[in-house]
Design a protein around this ligand. Structure first.
Ligand code: SF4
Length: 334
C-alpha cells in the first residue's frame, strides 16, 4: 500500500487506485487530521469503508463536515433508523425474472453487471443487496441475453451494480457486442460513479469498445456535490464526449451534503461546463443505515422551488422518488 503522504497514486492505473483504496476509518481520520471521538464513528461497519485516493484527494483536511467525507464516513447515526427504513426499500427482489436482471419498467431492463463498487456510499439503497446471489455468471449472462431477445418491447439495456465499470473492458466489450446482435436494442445505458471517483477509469480500452459498438451509449454519472468535480474529472469526461457518449447526472438529495439550492445550482452549472446534463435529483430511498441523510418532502420542495428559480429549465434536474410497484419514477412537483 502506498503511504498516505505519498502522491504517487496520481500516476496509478484505475485498477491500482482501486486496490490501494482506504479501508479503515482510523486511516481516513488520521490522513484528514480529524480527531473525532470513537463514539461518533463505526470501526467495523457491516457495509465497510471504501475510499479510493483520487476521491480522497478532494476531501478538505480538518473539516469533519466536508460534503465528500460525509458520503463515505460510517457514523454511529447509521444504527438509529426508524421502522420505515428497510434492507430492500425498492422491493427489487420481486422484479428479477432472471438472475442478475431487473425488469421493472416497460421498454428497458437493468442488469446487475457487477457486485463491486469503486467507493462505498453510505446512502446507497443497494448497501444490503445480495450481490453474491444476483451477480451473473456465464450461464446467467446467456439467460439474460435470451430473455432480452424474446422481448421486442425492450429497446434499452441499463448496466448497473455495484458499478459496471469495475468490470474489465474485455467483459464490457463482450456484453455490448452480444446486445448489439439483438435487433430491437438500440441503447446501452451505463450507470457509474467511477468517472467521478477514479476518472482514470476512462481508459483507452474503454473508449475503444465504446467507439466500436453500434449501440448509442448513455452514461449516467452519479455526482452529488460540485466539490466532486475537479480538473481530472473534467478531462476524462471530455474523452467520453469525444467518443460520442451522452452524459447525464443523477444525484441524491442528502441532508448535510447537498440540501440547499445554492449547492444544487452550483452542481448543475459545473456539470454543464463539463458537458453533462443534470437528469435526476432523487429523494433518498429509505434504506437501513441511511436515515440521517433524509430530507423531508417539504424541505425538498422548498429547495426545489429555489433551484427552478435560479436555473434555466434545461439545467434543472427532475426531482423524483422511487415507489416500489409503480411503472416509473414519481415526479415531485414544487
Ligand atoms: S457507487 Fe453506486 S452502487 Fe456503489 S455504493 Fe455508491 S451509490 Fe451504491
Amino acid at each position: 500500500m502506498i503511504p498516505l503522504s505519498d502522491q504517487s497514486w496520481q500516476h496509478q492505473s484505475w485498477q491500482e487506485s482501486l486496490s490501494s483504496s482506504l479501508l479503515k476509518v482510523e486511516d481516513l481520520l488520521a490522513y484528514l487530521e480529524l480527531d473525532l471521538p470513537p463514539s461518533q464513528w463505526l470501526e467495523k461497519p457491516d457495509f465497510p469503508l471504501f475510499v479510493p485516493r483520487p476521491y480522497l484527494s478532494r476531501i478538505e483536511k480538518g473539516n469533519a463536515k466536508d460534503p465528500l467525507l460525509l458520503q463515505v464516513l460510517p457514523l454511529t447515526s447509521e444504527l438509529h433508523d426508524s421502522q420505515e427504513f428497510s434492507k430492500d426499500p425498492l422491493n427489487e427482489s420481486s422484479f428479477t425474472p432472471r438472475k442478475g436482471l431487473l425488469h421493472k419498467y416497460r421498454g428497458r431492463v437493468l442488469i446487475i453487471a457487477s457486485g463491486t463498487c469503486a467507493i462505498n456510499c453510505r446512502y446507497c439503497f443497494r448497501r444490503h443487496f445480495p450481490y453474491q446471489e444476483q451477480q451473473p455468471d456465464r450461464n446467467a449472462w446467456e439467460a439474460i441475453f435470451d430473455y432480452i431477445a424474446r422481448q421486442p418491447s425492450i429497446s434499452e439495456v441499463i448496466l448497473s451494480g455495484g458499478d459496471p465499470l469495475t468490470l474489465n473492458d474485455t467483459r464490457l466489450s463482450w456484453i455490448a457486442s452480444e446486445l448489439a446482435k439483438i435487433p430491437h436494442i438500440s441503447r446501452l445505458r451505463v450507470h457509474s460513479r467511477l468517472p467521478i471517483v477514479i476518472p482514470q477509469r476512462i481508459s483507452p480500452s474503454l473508449l475503444d469498445w465504446i467507439e466500436a459498438t453500434p449501440l448509442q451509449i448513455v452514461m449516467v454519472i452519479h455526482c452529488n456535490h460540485p466539490n466532486e468535480l475537479d480538473e481530472q474529472v473534467a478531462l476524462y469526461l471530455q474523452k467520453l464526449r469525444h467518443a460520442g457518449v451522452s452524459l447525464l447526472n443523477q444525484s441524491v438529495l442528502l441532508a448535510g451534503i447537498n440540501d440547499s439550492a445554492e449547492v444544487i445550482i452550483s452542481l448543475s452549472e459545473k456539470l454543464f461546463e463539463m458537458d453533462v446534463l443534470p437528469y435526476y435529483l432523487h429523494m433518498l430511498d429509505k434504506v437501513s443505515g441511511a436515515s440521517h441523510f433524509e430530507v423531508s418532502s417539504n424541505a425538498a420542495r422548498k429547495i426545489y422551488q429555489q433551484v427552478i428559480a435560479g436555473l434555466p429549465g434545461y439545467l434543472v434536474p427532475k426531482l423524483v422518488m422511487d415507489r416500489p410497484g409503480t411503472g416509473s419514477k414519481t415526479l415531485i412537483l414544487p
